[in-house]
Design a protein. Structure first.
Length: 314
């Protein structure tokens, strides 16, 4: 199969039929063999009913329905596990991403040899204050932290070689950082394509200001994990040792001072409490942080989601 298109969605029943017709048109015009996997992320409208109706008309369309809303990362992760195409393309369901971009994205993967191609919505129709400015700040921080020169990490329209999506795990809110996860997994041929950004035709955006706060928090997480996930002791051990060393040297100084000046009270000096605090923090960094990170990274149920129904997927 040439292409798997993954469409995560939440309360998008108004746009799904039009989007499915558009995708079908593009696939037929280019003679692609394809599947479209729509992941209903706990919608409360009629999205799942629409997906079922579409699948009855066109068996290339498949569906996954979550029991509740887990978020975009969970939807993409389930879609990645189910996809069987040689090239996997993700797009949003609100029709702000254009299916007409698919043939060129496919070519960039299969002909030009990219492992991952990320869309760049160079001209946007979002609110400049609430979306564009925070997005620019977020992308600048992501570029600097990851070393990947992409303009739009959060663009939903992306194309992947099959091996890439089968080699990474998307959890939490890490869908923004799939290029970073791919680079961390050893896929360094990452490209970018300017794509059309269309004004929203149906409904309202499902994302608010909190996604940018979460985005920066996730950036810190992914930056840490990508650098120290396999060797956490290099982080916790280094700073824990430095902190403990500061406290230990301060303690030795106070002891020597006490031997030279017996009348000096150790506990009367602020340095005594600084040294004690530094040694305690150093031990906590060395032990508690290291153990806690190992537990988090090896949690057995980190990527377990309750799926209510599947349509056309084993």
């Amino acid at each position: 199969m040439n292409i798997s298109i993954i469409v995560p969605l939440f309360n998008e029943d108004e746009s799904l039929r039009e989007l499915s017709d558009w995708i079908t048109k593009v696939m037929k015009e280019n003679n692609f063999t394809y599947e479209v996997i729509m992941i209903d992320d706990g919608s409360t409208d009629k999205s799942w009913d629409v997906i079922q109706d579409i699948a009855k008309i066109n068996t290339n369309f498949k569906g996954i329905k979550f029991q509740r809303n887990y978020g975009k990362s969970a939807a993409l992760n389930e879609g990645f596990k189910a996809a069987i195409g040689e090239v996997i393309i993700t797009m949003d369901a609100d029709m702000q991403d254009s299916p007409d971009e698919v043939p060129e994205l496919y070519k960039m993967i299969m002909v030009e040899g990219f492992d991952l191609v990320s869309g760049w919505k160079k001209k946007r129709y979002d609110n400049k204050l609430t979306k564009n400015l925070p997005s620019k700040l977020f992308n600048a921080a992501a570029r600097r932290s990851s070393g990947i020169k992409l303009h739009d990490f959060n663009c939903g329209l992306k194309a992947y070689r099959k091996k890439v999506i089968k080699s990474i795990e998307v959890y939490g809110e890490m869908h923004r950082y799939i290029p970073v996860l791919a680079k961390w997994a050893g896929f360094k041929n990452i490209g970018e394509k300017v794509v059309e950004h269309r004004a929203r035709k149906y409904g309202i955006t499902k994302f608010g200001w909190e996604r940018f706060i979460n985005g920066f928090l996730d950036l810190g997480t992914i930056s840490f994990i990508s650098r120290f996930g396999k060797r956490p002791m290099h982080f916790f051990g280094l700073y824990g040792s430095l902190c403990f060393l500061v406290g230990f040297i301060s303690s030795i100084y106070l002891i020597v001072l006490k031997l030279i000046h017996p009348n000096v009270g150790l506990t009367n000096s602020p340095l005594f409490f600084i040294a004690l605090t530094a040694m305690v923090i150093g031990m906590q960094l060395f032990l508690a942080g290291f153990i806690g990170e190992l537990i988090a990274r090896n949690s057995a149920d980190r990527n377990v989601y309750l799926i209510e129904k599947k349509l056309g997927i084993d």
